[in-house]
Design a binder for this molecule. Structure first.
Ligand SMILES: [Zn+2]
Length: 398
């Protein structure tokens, strides 16, 4: 069974490439998935060079200038030397190298070019972190970025945030229900509205309806009850809003298709990760009831369509319960197709796994459900004793 450990460039820079890869290899993992393009964050790093690591938006390698010649959006420069020697060090140990790439989550680019970020139903651009996948400049950037990473000679380009993202305010003292937050997070930029209109959707009605509902809650109306489902959303916001939300899939599917082709052109392969599993279980490992594969449409991700276009998928199986992990993997395979490579991404420690036994149970569950690989998230975020659960789990599924 294939496997890898996710690692950040700050891990490699802090502890040294040789040391980190020796450990990954020692776990029995088949590869390492390095965050070659990542987003800004401030993380507790228990065994890092500093115990609190500040990450900046950036591409952590020398980006070929010709790929971005004539493009308005260019990658934010990161630690240009972070990957020096990594390819060779992986080869020496027989490790695969995967290039984990965050595409459309980039507050630096969004701040420099607010017009390429999502615009809500009120006409505001308040999510400068979120580049809109419908914007032509964003699409050009994503394709060029995928090529740049593939040219590093990686075994795969692991795509994160290559779709719409949910609304994430840092403070809200308004009790928005899940459906209110969903409507508030829909993008109504010119490009999104045009695409929906081309598909026969009345985009103006959809936007006005969202603004009416969300505006009502902001004015004191009771928030929506219950999770987002197509049926509940139809009842709450009407068919035009649902049609608008569904139309976002075309935007994402065509973008992912272009990116997958570019990656294949460069001799690598795309692993597509949708964030639905993280939206559901990131905080506490207790995901909301709907399986990730069934709710991915909410971010514009049509897994059935993507199954024909993308060779491999990562499932963020962020759950405490092994049965839930298996259910998520199984539902994913039924959506994308049984012959597709589905990789289960597991967190070996807090908040999903409180013991090696629990991690073993989830690895077994993922394998039994049809996962072809298990990836562990993430080297620098997890104490060494917890990382030591990885070889235990891998020994059980090999
Ligand atoms: Zn948009």
């Amino acid at each position: 069974m294939d496997s890898s450990v996710y690692a950040f460039v700050e891990d490699l820079r802090g502890e040294g490439v040789e040391r980190v890869l020796d450990r990954v290899s020692g776990y029995g993992a088949a590869g390492v998935t390095v965050g070659v393009v990542h987003h800004a964050s401030r993380d507790v790093t228990p065994h890092g060079l500093s115990r609190l690591t500040v990450r900046h938006d950036g591409a952590h390698f020398p980006v070929p200038a010709e790929l971005f010649a004539g493009l308005r959006l260019k990658p934010t420069p990161g630690h240009a030397d972070a990957l020096d020697g990594v390819r060779e060090a992986c080869s020496e140990r027989g490790l695969k190298l995967h290039g984990w790439t965050v595409f459309l989550r980039n507050a630096t680019l969004g701040g420099q070019h607010p017009d390429v970020t999502v615009r809500d139903c009120f006409g505001d651009r308040g999510s400068l972190t979120d580049l809109c996948p419908a914007h032509p400049d964003v699409r050009d950037y994503a394709v060029a970025l995928a090529r740049a990473v593939a040219r590093l000679g990686v075994d795969s380009v692991v795509a994160e945030s290559l779709h719409f993202r949910p609304l994430k305010p840092q403070r809200s003292f308004v009790p928005l229900g899940p459906m209110d937050a969903y409507l508030f997070g829909l993008c109504f930029c010119d490009y999104c509205m045009r695409r929906a209109t081309d598909l026969g959707v009345d985009a103006d009605v959809a936007r006005d309806e969202c603004a009416r509902i969300v505006g009502g809650v902001l004015d004191g109306d009771a928030p929506a009850q219950g999770e987002v489902t197509r049926a509940a959303l139809t009842a709450y916001a009407g068919p035009d809003v649902v049609a608008y939300a569904r139309a976002r899939s075309e935007t994402v599917t065509t973008l992912v298709s272009e990116v997958a082709s570019a990656v294949a052109d460069e001799g690598s392969k795309l692993v597509f990760i949708d964030s639905t599993g993280a939206v559901k279980g990131y905080t506490d490992g207790l995901p909301t009831p709907g399986l990730a594969a069934h709710d991915a449409w909410q971010l514009g991700v049509d897994l059935v369509a993507l199954g024909d276009l993308v060779p491999a998928f990562g499932v963020l199986a962020y759950a405490r319960d092994a049965a839930r992990v298996a259910d998520d993997v199984g539902a994913y395979l039924r959506s994308v197709g049984k012959d597709r490579e589905v990789r289960a991404v597991l967190r070996p420690g807090f908040p999903d796994s409180d013991s090696a036994d629990r991690l073993v149970a989830k690895a077994r569950g993922a394998k039994a459900a049809g996962a072809m690989a298990i990836d562990f998230y993430a080297y620098g975020l997890v104490p060494h004793p917890v990382l030591d659960r990885i070889p235990v789990a891998l020994a059980e599924v090999h």
